[in-house]
Design a protein around this ligand. Sequence first.
Ligand code: HEC
Ligand code: HEC
Length: 353
Amino acid sequence: MRRLFASLAIVAGVITVATIHTQAKEQTPAVADGPIYKWPGEPPIPKDNPMIPQKIELGKKLFFDPRLSKANKVSCNSCHNVMKAGDDGLPRSPGHAGKLGERNSPTVFNSAYFSVQFWDGRAPSLEEQAKGPLINPLEMGMQDHNVVVDIVSTVPAYVQEFEKVFGPGKVTITKLVQALAAYERTLVTPNSPYDRFVAGDKNALSEAAKRGWSKFGQIGCTACHSGPMFNGPPMPMGTGFFQKFPLIPDPALDKKYKFTADTGRHSVTKNESDRHMWRVPSLRNVAITPPYFHTGTVSKLEDAVQVMAKTQLNQVLKPNDVSELVEFLKSLTGEIPKQTPPELPLGGPINKK
Ligand code: HEC
Ligand code: HEC
């Protein structure tokens, strides 16, 4: 409708700008042709790790507990602050001894829906993912998983809680990451304005967001950011949807933002075809989780949108297109589950360095 109207206006020539403006405005509500993806409801739960309230509580404590790190200073929550947007807002995060990590910390919100974890998709589940940071020298810095288990086992209340949840027996790394993953599966953000709009509330999106919504489809963002999480078509758990970034190399952008120093999925598989392949990230909550990209080098969403248009679709967007796309992306901010820090059980190490 809008396109037809625009060409009519040119042919007629005499229609004043004012008339075009009002008519275009009247027509806007009819523009409802963006991509429709319904919120998926509860995230998938692995059969061998059912959601049990006591397990979720235990996982939450572990998530907040700095005793799981070498110097008792870093918890999962340090880099994935669930009282904020599930991340730390920094380009790269300080971990053990203040050393900076190599990539931007993604939010943990909605990670329960992702078929693979990490920017390069190297972990097939939340359980496997959680094993990484504990022993990453730049994150929690523990020597190995046995040390983590030993330390948790020196906290009597933890030992009791593990027994309540998993039955009699020792604390193990498997149980520990199962508890962490169960907690993370509660960190989901439904009910964004976009979801309410898709569910039938026609007032949930502003006119600008609606125009951004149709542009998101027309420009081709959905070639990669499709599906309920805007991270590609739903994939079986453990597989992952990967795309090349930058697809169309741009030396100026690359110089400015250092996009190609890290080879992405190639660093995991060593396959030449995986060089600069990255998991397509979700765009849910993207407006509240700057800075952007695996590098964390782009701080504004407007700039991230321009980068995408240029490197993935070979387009330079007009400022108005960028701001409408950003309005749409803002509508993907969901209801953040309110979190309060848990009370941690006493015991265990006293600042061992
Ligand atoms: C020092 C900061 C830091 C700490 C501590 C940390 N993480 Fe992360 N986390 C990161 C970074 C950086 C990445 C991305 C790394 C990559 O993709 O290579 C990440 C990735 C993740 C992801 C994947 C999200 C996605 O979209 O792929 C999850 C889930 C996660 N972390 C959970 C945890 C849990 C659970 C803990 C505690 C056991 C933890 N993190 C501790 C920085 C941290
Ligand atoms: C050919 C696939 C492809 C297309 C098309 C595409 N993207 Fe992306 N997008 C990606 C990949 C892959 C990444 C992750 C890049 C990285 O950091 O390594 C990404 C990252 C992003 C990010 C940053 C997310 C974050 O959390 O840091 C935003 C925002 C984004 N895309 C928006 C868009 C918009 C808007 C469009 C359309 C103009 C678009 N994308 C088109 C593949 C694509």
